[in-house]
Write a protein that binds this ligand. Sequence first.
Ligand code: SAM
Length: 204
Amino acid sequence: MNTPGTYFESQYAHAEDPWHLAERWYDRRKYELTLAALPRPRYRRGFEPGCSVGVLTSLLAPRCDRLLSADRIASAVETTARRTRALEQVTVRRLAVPDEWPEEQFDLVVLSELLYYFDAPTRTRLLQRSAQSLEPGGHLVAVHWNHAVAEHTCTGRDIAAELDALSGLGRLARYDDPDFTLTVHERRHDGGPARSPAQAEGLA
Ligand SMILES: C[S@@+](CC[C@H](N)C(=O)[O-])C[C@H]1O[C@@H](n2cnc3c(N)ncnc32)[C@H](O)[C@@H]1O
């Protein structure tokens, strides 16, 4: 079963930043590793669903010409918009993915601490929509908690395995520790292999 919207509404009814994303070293370190894993220095068009209060949004923005961030909860959208108001490249929308999904194509999609709120069929749909939204050569970054949590349907390692099984994507990178798993997949050009940063720069 998918985690119902009422769960998130109740989280945000009690706190502006229910997961303390702006305060914890755990999250700060994970965000730095996520940024370090991006294969390109810059992206033309990024999409970050489930942005919460926009801490990762504000760190991704300097790497993107345009960045669309979205959350299903209105107060989270407002907090992200406030946090990023000086960042002209950022647009924040209220969307409940995967049913609501932007029309555009992206060269970067970031799924951070989101997928374990969905059951397996919905996760598959969300991953397929993410992959279909990517331009050839675009990157899909996933980063998720590995410890057991009552509301979570799976772990970061499970999500990494689902991404590896998705057709049309090739894995470029994986980082694992006891707390979280981070992967970077590339949408293949014409079914060819994913290209590493050194290969893309002609070094290998
Ligand atoms: C744990 S927070 C993750 C925050 C952020 N991605 C990060 O890593 O810092 C999960 C967020 O996903 C949002 N969310 C949950 N289901 C969603 C859905 N179907 N569509 C969009 N956002 C959703 C929640 O409202 C919440 O803000």
